[in-house]
Write a protein that binds this ligand. Structure first.
Ligand SMILES: [Zn+2]
Length: 375
């Protein structure tokens, strides 16, 4: 993403920035804000902007400190404000990515709050699009997760359940299970009951207390496994879910059809049962792409063996994570580094306009066809 020369990029991930990325940002005029919500929200400049919050992923919206980290809606609003200055229009992707993470964890309260945060962001987008009159919006997910249902075997007589029966308990959950986990690992055993109640209004039983204590020091590193392993966060989730009428079938992704909604100023919207390829065709159409995405891919991501056929090339794997393709013709040497958008001709850097992909399985670089004209 760092080498795609994006105009705006807001999210988590300070901890994975490299010196090379920072240098690239300096060279291509990208302003980088780290853990600085006010600087982002007050930014009025023209250039490219990145704003990252936290070392890895951002926290769940339920656990977010609103003074330190922006909401998805705030980031969306700022992105629209900056991108709408572009004369040739823009494409913005806003991902409510933690809906998926919370569902992996079977954490109903976190799922609900992530959806609400996403819904608020969609509201900002719709306000913009309806006002602008020249913007199409597509709202969809790539899959579902967790098999979440409203109604479970915890709650019989589903037809007579009240709003309070269905949503009363979850409305009192003020923190995600993983947020509560990070508090409980630093809580003395004799205070666990009161801390648990403070954040969830749940009075845990002695048996549940024992389960929490026996799982206390076990943290699952892989978020896709959280929903199915007996770690502390999952045992918290089990205690919370036992007081609700929500059901989950898995800690993984599920195969049901997912929501697709769209808006278009002249009403040319997606309707019915649409495949992922249909969505792609629609996006190409409304974006007014003059060249099909397939043709574009073929010209930007061509195999190096084809592009440089008959030329003298070799792959330098001194740094196995970032191999470098070296092509020689006459006195010219072209150096192309994997996963970068910057290449070198006779030692001098130039921008490629897209990112070079390298696949180790077939030892192949995928790069712009026009690169051979450099030699
Ligand atoms: Zn997932």
């Amino acid at each position: 993403m760092a080498y795609q020369n994006l105009d705006v990029m807001f999210g988590g991930g300070n901890g994975i920035l490299t010196d090379d990325i920072r240098q690239h940002f300096n060279q291509n005029g990208t302003t980088l804000f780290s853990n600085d919500r006010n600087a982002l929200l007050n930014y009025e400049g023209e250039g490219k902007v990145w704003a990252l919050f936290g070392d890895g992923a951002m926290t769940y919206d339920l656990d977010r400190n609103p003074e330190k980290a922006p909401s998805l809606a705030e980031m969306t609003d700022k992105a629209l404000q900056l991108l709408s200055k572009k004369e040739n229009g823009f494409f913005l992707m806003v991902e409510g990515s933690h809906v998926d993470w919370a569902a992996h964890a079977n954490d109903a309260a976190a799922v609900i709050h992530e959806f609400l945060a996403f819904d608020e962001a969609v509201g900002k987008v719709m306000d913009f699009a309806q006002n602008d009159g020249n913007t199409a919006v597509v709202i969809l997910s790539d899959h579902a997760t967790g098999g979440l249902s409203i109604g479970s075997r915890n709650c019989s007589g589903s037809s007579s359940l009240s709003l309070e029966d269905l949503f009363g308990a979850v409305s009192n959950y003020k923190i995600s299970a993983s947020g509560l986990e990070s508090i409980l690992v630093n809580t003395k055993p004799d205070e666990i009951k009161s801390v648990f109640k403070e954040y969830t209004d749940v009075e845990i039983t002695d048996e549940e207390m024992q389960t929490l204590l026996s799982s206390k020091n076990y943290k699952e590193g892989d978020y896709t496994q959280v929903g199915t392993s007996e770690n502390l966060a999952h045992n918290i989730v089990k205690i919370l879910n036992a007081r609700t009428c929500f059901g989950f079938t898995t800690g993984s992704h599920t195969g049901e059809e997912v929501l697709l909604a769209s808006y278009h100023p002249q009403g040319d919207i997606l309707k019915g049962n649409v495949t992922n390829r249909g969505v792609n065709e629609y996006l190409q159409k409304v974006a007014g792409l003059e060249i099909s995405l397939q043709d574009l891919s073929d010209s930007i991501f061509a195999k190096h063996q084809d592009v440089f056929a008959g030329m003298n090339y070799s792959i330098d794997k001194q740094d196995p994570d970032f191999p470098v393709l070296k092509v020689k013709k006459g006195r010219n040497t072209l150096e192309i580094k994997a996963f970068s958008s910057v290449a070198k001709l006779n030692g001098k850097s130039f921008d490629l306009g897209s990112v070079i992909v390298y696949i180790d399985k077939n030892d192949t670089f995928y790069l712009p066809v026009h690169l051979k004209e450099k030699l």
